[in-house]
Design a protein around this ligand. Structure first.
Ligand SMILES: Cc1ncc(COP(=O)(O)O)c(C=O)c1O
Length: 375
């Protein structure tokens, strides 16, 4: 029977406790949210929702076409200029998602015969970029610039290294300055995915590349998502203007995809302007992460020291992680749950996001509930 194998897979997943299901979220959920990626608490900020509504009224419900045909509005161009300026890059190109931005950056910058050196902890969208690229990928040990050096030394010709700036599972940061140095020694380019750094790290939330002092260089490209700190939807590639021009001509997820919806562009632009005006939001997200970590550790839980706004708490097993997250939910707290096969190291954990708008009382309550429901 066609698709019969799907049922077998579903059964295996069910038996292993790995079935995923969708849970529609009500608009006025009573849960305390430590599961979303709304790091700065901006997604429902009146300026951000009004930015979305105004853009939809002005430009319509959709972009109407691909960016090269009718899908580029003045709003897209404005967002690109402001994003590049804020993060410290020469140019930016907006995509319909961070996923599409990562596919574009890796595939368009890794031609046939090139080498792509990829960190073992990279996000799925970078991994998929490597899979689709014409170059050959070599996966190297997590956050080890010397491993990148070794891979680059063994290759002649064009090469790039790709890495998350803040790894989404454990929330640890990549050694960006050392990575850029390693790439430079071998004349290789560096692509960094700042999905979890923008809005949280760097001066006023300008991101991890800005904090590491590697922006604006001719050999560094960053990707971001608009869907986390900026409370919207979409993604962007930031880098030298000649790289952006190349992507316009060569990146398939740019050329063959409908442009970002105006509402999403409008929301992201409003959030960006708000962050410029209120830079303390970034520091507050980092402080909340630090407080969460300190309280969890004091309660005897094994939490990884956060480098940004992701706090990871170890669980003994995949089943324990799932049940722990479910007990938290029943007690009124939404937390993320990461387990194999989504984690490269096989370690199951709860994943908490430190939102800048969490109050001291909410942090205290969250830690108490996590402690009370522990396996
Ligand atoms: C590190 C990282 N890169 C890229 C993405 C993809 O971004 P988007 O959700 O905008 O497609 C995500 C998650 O969403 C992520 O965590």
């Amino acid at each position: 029977m066609a698709f019969g194998w799907i049922d077998e897979q579903a059964e295996l997943r069910g038996r292993a406790g790995l079935l995923r299901t969708l849970r529609p979220r009500p608009a006025d959920s009573p849960l305390l949210d430590l599961a979303s990626n709304d790091y700065l608490g901006l997604t429902r900020h009146p300026e951000v929702t009004e930015g979305a509504a105004r853009a939809a009224r002005t430009w319509g419900g959709g972009a109407t076409g691909s960016r090269l045909v009718t899908g580029t509005t003045e709003l897209h161009a404005e967002l690109e200029r402001e994003l590049a300026d804020f993060c410290g890059f020469e140019a930016a190109l907006v995509f319909s998602s961070g996923y599409a931005a990562n596919l574009a950056a890796v595939t368009a910058l890794a031609p046939h015969g090139s080498l792509v050196v990829s960190d073992a902890g990279n996000h799925a969208s970078l991994i998929d970029g490597c899979r689709l690229a014409r170059g050959t990928t070599q996966v190297v040990a997590h956050a080890e610039p010397d491993a990148v050096r070794k891979a680059l030394a063994g290759h002649e010709g064009t090469a790039i290294a790709v890495s998350d700036t803040v790894f989404s599972v454990d929330g640890d940061a990549a050694p960006l300055t050392a990575l850029a140095e390693a790439c430079r020694e071998y004349g290789a380019g560096l692509i960094v995915d700042d999905a979890h750094g923008l809005g949280v790290l760097g001066d006023g939330g300008r991101g991890a590349p800005h904090a590491a002092g590697i922006t604006g260089a001719g050999d560094v490209v960053a990707t971001v998502t608009l869907s986390k700190s900026l409370g919207s939807q979409g993604g962007a590639v930031l880098g030298p203007a000649r790289v952006v021009d190349h992507l316009v001509n060569a990146a398939r997820t740019f050329i063959f995809d409908t442009g970002l919806a105006p509402a999403a562009a409008g929301a992201a632009l409003s959030a960006l302007r708000l962050l410029r005006r209120e830079p303390e939001r970034a520091a507050r997200a980092r402080a909340v992460a630090g407080e969460l970590h300190a309280r969890l550790t004091a309660a005897g839980l094994e939490a990884v020291r956060p480098d940004a706004a992701v706090v990871s708490v170890r669980a003994p097993s995949p089943e324990d992680a799932v049940n722990w997250a479910a007990r938290c939910r029943a007690a009124g707290l939404a937390v993320g749950c990461f387990r194999p096969p989504s984690v490269p190291d096989g370690i199951s954990r709860l994943r908490l996001t430190a939102r800048a708008d969490l109050t001291g009382q909410q942090i205290e309550r969250a830690v108490r509930l996590i402690g009370e429901t522990r396996p």
